[in-house]
Design a protein around this ligand. Structure first.
Ligand code: HXC
Length: 515
């Protein structure tokens, strides 16, 4: 029996060596020439050194038109660690049949997704594929359905991350689209439902793959992707950084990380952040980096809807999800894109036990036919819905403007926020002073000898009477008016207080968010 074992050992080694060569030296060279790493090189960089445990290395396709030639069937799957915590991963190998997806390939992905849910570990997909494997026909379409179903059932159970590191076209785009975070790599990745050739045939438009669905398009215009990175190496590094902020599943809390930043650190410069002229702008990121541990902030959709800022940071070592209006972009107004961006982010945080911190300086919703016809009512409602249903610890600080519906929507006391602070510079009212004075005193202003002077005078009167935090504080809508320099300390104390928060929504199959 001994000789047979040795024989098998040798065969195993030979089979593994073949599998490790992917589609062969020539195709690997082509992959490198395109500035892309191979599927295996990507896994090496993503995971802690030496931690990868591979599954199904020897699995092959079922042999239609030579598709059983390649052990592994064009995708590498398994698990390993990032920062010592388990994650599951699949990495499509473009050097084998263009990373195309058939039954065996999909079966491997489905298996690792099932394991990820079973053990409660994030799933990370490295996508580089020509789509449905043409030789396998309808079986490859069915195979996509298996993955889509798993994406949906895993949603809100384990974090799902997609990296688009090559082509991702046709119906295949809907798997990444249903994951929580999509990364794209500049110049080498693209996503579209129908490619440039079909566009040309149907609409007679000439457009390149890059202009149709490159990284810039999806990170700036469509909002399909959330992070854009210049190359594979930086992309995988950023995924590791993101994972470090997240819990492994919806039953756990995110890991604590002590950045040795004193919890009682004050920043006196914050007392002067808000300009004395209400029409003047400032950069919300100054406040964000000032209050967070070690000034470290991982921004989500940094290049999309810049009028709202979303991202992860830490306060007192604990991961928080931060949502902030950005006065420096469109005065921080809420529009369609800002609403959907923030709503999805809030829902992710709520699914995964990440407390929400909301920094408010919002003049209202964006007026105009473009926004109304684009459905600002429906999209704004998403943000409102997302905040209302969130049961994680929630804290708001109003810095300056908080007007009308936008005041309510931005995590106000009235929609179940737990701790609401305001700076002394806060202006909480139904309308901005100028618009309010115009409506209330319209007749007097029209009849006046000098209407502009009267309007300015009434505006100032309104500002003094209504545009401050004290009326809201008197009613208990604001728990405390705080000194700006103390913001970090007050947030951390509130988070500690809310640590044991226990709030549940009514039992139901699921709500019906206005999609
Ligand atoms: C089988 C495929 C393949 C596919 C590429 N290959 N796509 N094999 N099924 N879908 C193979 C090629 O034959 C080639 O094999 C190798 O992969 C590399 O392909 P190239 O064309 O040489 O590479 P490149 O020039 O970089 O072009 C990449 C590409 C192109 C743009 C992705 O290959 C392409 O257009 N492929 C077809 C894309 C497609 O129509 N897919 C179906 C989409 S619909 P060799 O042996 O020469 O190395 C879809 C539906 C999903 O996906 C349904 C979900 C419900």
């Amino acid at each position: 029996m001994q000789w047979q074992d040795n024989d098998n050992l040798a065969s195993l080694e030979a089979m593994k060596n073949t599998a490790f060569q992917g589609g062969g030296a020539r195709r690997i060279e082509v992959q490198h020439k395109k500035g892309k790493l191979t599927a295996r090189e990507r896994i090496e960089l993503l995971l802690d050194e030496g931690s990868f445990e591979e599954f199904d290395l020897l699995k092959t396709g079922h042999g239609d038109a030579g598709t059983d030639e390649y052990p592994g069937d064009g995708v590498i799957t398994g698990h390993g660690t990032i920062g010592g915590r388990e994650v599951c991963v699949f990495s499509q190998d473009f050097t084998i049949l263009g990373g195309s997806l058939g039954e065996a390939h999909s079966g491997k992905i489905a298996k690792i997704m099932d394991h990820a849910v079973m053990v409660g570990a994030p799933i990370i997909g490295l996508n580089d594929s020509g789509g449905a494997r043409i030789q396998e026909g309808v079986d490859s379409l069915a195979a996509y359905g298996e993955i889509f179903s798993r994406n949906v059932l895993a949603s809100g159970v384990i974090p799902q991350i997609s990296c688009i590191m090559g082509p991702c076209a046709g119906g295949a785009v809907y798997s990444p689209a249903m994951t929580d975070f999509t990364f794209m790599v500049e110049d080498s990745s693209y996503m579209f439902v129908t490619g440039p050739n079909v566009v040309k045939t149907v609409t007679h438009q000439d457009i390149s793959a890059e202009d149709l669905g490159g990284a810039q398009v999806h990170c700036e215009k469509s909002g399909v992707a959330h992070f854009v990175m210049p190359n594979d190496i930086l992309c995988l590094r950023e995924v590791r950084r993101l994972i470090n902020y997240l819990p492994s599943n919806n039953k756990q809390r995110a890991p604590l990380l002590d950045l040795r930043d004193p919890v009682d650190r004050m920043d006196p410069a914050l007392d002067f952040l808000i300009p004395s002229n209400p029409n003047q702008t400032y950069d919300m990121k100054i406040l964000i980096t000032s209050i967070l541990d070690g000034a470290e902030f991982l921004e989500y959709q940094a290049n999309f809807a810049g009028n709202i800022i979303c991202g992860f940071g830490r306060l007192g070592g604990q991961t928080i999800g931060l949502i902030a209006n950005q006065p420096a972009v469109l005065a921080g107004v809420l529009d369609v894109n800002a609403s959907t961006k923030a709503a999805r982010f809030v829902r992710f945080c709520d699914s995964f036990n990440i407390p929400l911190i909301c920094l408010v300086d919002v003049p209202g919703f964006m007026p105009g036919p473009e926004q109304e016809h684009g459905g600002i009512i429906r999209h704004g409602a998403k943000l409102l819905y997302a905040f209302v249903e969130a049961t994680v610890p929630r804290i708001t600080v109003i810095l300056r403007k908080a007007y009308g519906g936008a005041y309510v929507v931005m995590n106000s006391k009235h929609i179940r926020c737990d701790v609401n602070f305001a700076w002394p510079t806060a202006e909480i009212a139904v309308l901005g002073p100028k618009g309010a004075a115009e409506i209330i005193y319209r007749k007097e202003i029209q009849a006046a000898d000098n209407p502009d002077e009267l309007w300015a005078q009434k505006t100032e009167e309104y500002r003094k009477t209504f545009a401050n935090p004290f009326l809201a504080a008197k009613k208990g809508y604001i728990d405390d008016v705080i000194t700006p320099r103390d913001t970090r300390q007050r947030l951390i104390r509130s988070l500690q207080f809310l640590e044991s928060k226990n709030k549940k929504n009514p039992s139901r199959k699921h709500g019906n968010i206005p999609l």
